[in-house]
Write a new protein. Structure first.
Length: 442
């Protein structure tokens, strides 16, 4: 290393739940830390050393150049994806990228330590592409001969929430109980601060120190904890520990996972997918004794990790709205597609009659009705896909306002229609605005 007391650190995946916290924490500790991610949100761009790069397509030479340019001593790999989908390939992210990264470290021209974030468990327990590719990366690292540390965090508790941690908060906020078997699953937690402290400790070790030359540690509290215990701790934090609850049947959970898989194909990244449920049911457990013994770090307990961040109003709103957000997006997409399809395919004569009975010539009413119906369907399709959802929601609000204003000018009697279709358009616009404002994932 260039300087044992102040190594330069590169964090890959610095926009994620763990990567963002680790990057900020290392900087607070005085380390020169370069954070790299495919994209940062506006609120995450806090330093000139936060760099946006198409990291997954970088070859060995480009990765080696990145390490040399910034004179990196320690590389922290926080990259990971839960499940295959558009733009996400578990094998490419977990195994192929790590293979290139190891080669880049070996050829960069100086000694570099790799700290790699993996998952707890053993290979014989792996059942998903997520787990098997994570384990394949571990084997590559172990056989590389490079100074390395494989960290296997338990369920990560952090001030922010994303993915599984957000879903746990949502379950704690809403009046639902998991099936007893799922609630009893081992679910050892770790505070994200303990992960950051471990990385900082490793970064200051001499690279030729045999005790830390090649380590694999489970990072979690040693006391037994179940998934039900974790949800219970968040319920106490959110103030929802008391009150009646509805037991969620297993088939409904499985159906929700399949719906999550479908939305994943549309570009969304819901925490509830078949891989997530499979990993949840496998549980989170391990042996943190070697980690604790060598580093001297006392793991933060579940009660301290959750209790250290008492729920404020923003935490409560987020937890209550997290799962409802998916329902809002799905209902709006179906609303626009169904309303357009019904008007175009089922009730087209009635649709055109609304205009012709008010004096519009049929030569104009028919194409107008067809165009507006297809426009409605298009808006629904735009909302359904993550990449175009923001444009679809904005278009939906604009078109809805256009319908309201147009009817007020040309067919004002429709405002007095018994079922109040136009009157209900106002709340629909508000719902689209809510969806647009909660569209961010990070």
């Amino acid at each position: 290393m260039t300087a044992a007391a102040s190594p330069r650190i590169l964090v890959l995946g610095a926009s994620g739940l763990i990567g963002r916290y680790v990057t900020d924490d290392l900087r607070r500790r005085g380390f020169a830390t370069v954070g790299v991610a495919r994209a940062f949100s506006g609120s995450q761009r806090v330093s000139a050393l936060d760099i946006e790069l198409p990291i997954m397509v970088l070859d060995i030479a480009a990765l080696a150049q990145l390490i040399r340019t910034h004179e990196i001593d320690v590389v922290v790999n926080c990259l990971g994806v839960l499940q295959d989908g558009p733009g996400s390939d578990t094998n490419s992210v977990h195994r192929d990228f790590v293979a290139r990264l190891l080669e880049a470290i070996a050829t960069c021209g100086h000694s570099v330590r790799l700290i790699h974030l993996s998952i707890p468990g053993t290979a014989d327990e792996d059942r998903t592409a997520f787990a098997t590719t994570k384990r394949a990366a571990e084997r590559l690292i172990a056989s590389s001969g490079i100074a390395s540390a494989i960290l296997r965090p338990g369920f990560v508790i952090a001030p922010s929430a994303y993915g599984g941690s957000a879903m746990v908060r949502a379950l704690a906020a809403l009046p639902f109980d998991l099936p007893a078997k799922d609630a009893a699953t081992p679910f050892q937690p770790v505070a994200v601060g303990d992960i950051a402290a471990t990385i900082a400790w490793l970064a200051t070790r001499p690279i030729d120190d045999e005790a830390t030359r090649a380590v694999s540690w489970d990072l979690m509290q040693p006391q037994p904890v179940t998934l039900g215990d974790v949800i219970g701790a968040f319920r106490r934090s959110l103030g929802t520990a008391d009150g009646p609850r509805i037991a969620v049947p297993v088939p409904l959970i499985n159906l929700g996972a399949l719906a999550g898989d479908l939305s994943n194909r549309l570009g969304w990244l819901p925490p509830m997918r078949t891989t997530a449920i499979a990993e949840l049911r496998r549980g989170v457990s391990g042996d943190p004794t070697p980690w604790i013994a060598l580093t001297g770090i006392t793991p933060t307990t579940l009660a301290a990790a959750v209790g250290a961040h008492g729920a404020a109003i923003q935490d409560k709103w987020f937890a209550r709205l997290f799962l409802i957000k998916a329902l809002i997006i799905a209902s709006l997409a179906l609303f626009w597609i169904a309303s357009g399809a019904i008007a175009l395919l089922i009730s087209f004569p009635a649709t055109t009659a609304i205009l012709t009975t008010r004096g519009w010539p049929e030569s104009f009413a028919v194409p107008f009705a067809a165009i507006t119906s297809m426009m409605d369907i298009s808006i629904g399709v735009l909302i359904a896909f993550r990449r175009t959802a923001a444009f679809g929601l904005a278009a939906g609000m604009f078109v809805s306002l256009g319908y309201m204003i147009g009817c007020a000018l040309f067919t004002p009697d429709l405002w007095l229609e018994p079922l109040g279709a136009l009157v209900k358009t106002g709340p629909a616009i508000v719902l689209m605005l809510v969806a647009l404002l909660t569209l961010d994932n990070r």
